[in-house]
Design a protein around this ligand. Sequence first.
Ligand code: ATP
Length: 201
Amino acid sequence: MPFAVGLTGGIGSGKTTVAELFAELGAGVVDTDVIARALTGAGQTAVGEIARRFGPQYVTADGALDRARMRKLAFEDARAKRDLESILHPLIRREAERQVANSTAPYVILVVPLLFESGAYQKLVRRVLVVDSDQETRVERVRRRNNLPREEILAIMASQVGQAERLRRADDVIRNDGDLAALEAQVAALHRKYLDLAAES
Ligand code: ATP
């Protein structure tokens, strides 16, 4: 199994941006959000299971999960959210493990937004890297990117582990409050560290 580092952080902290920088340096990147999208795309088995549980109105004309509709239901109905997760999470976890195992990169960055919340990934990773950013900066980024109302962003944040706990449980931290150059420097330093750790292991 390749040396894997779990990458997590709150919504809008910059996980995807950081993962892309690691990939540019030659790290393998496995992203559970990307896997989730692939598993709910047109004709995927997860879509059939979701349709059986929630009804065909949650499937688009081309056979993919209707994400906007499902997100709305999950947001309003805690039980629906749990059921959706019980269908998707094991599939995502299994595929993530498969991709990590198959990677030929010197080490793998495994992006898991809810790493601390779910617990299912702790055994797969040797270290945890947290991307940290001020709450206001994160709200502003997500508002601009997703056009979500502020209350909805704050509700998502409230459902996630708080920044303090995240930092307490981190092995490494990247601060993402500055510009891209500041981010690149931190990623480059960690890349060297992970290459060393991977070579030792
Ligand atoms: P989510 O949890 O919502 O998937 P994320 O943690 O993956 O978010 P990104 O998608 O990397 O975060 O970043 C959120 C938004 O903020 C993106 O539009 C990204 O381009 C922008 N962004 C991230 N970091 C910076 C930065 N240092 N400077 C400017 N924009 C940034």
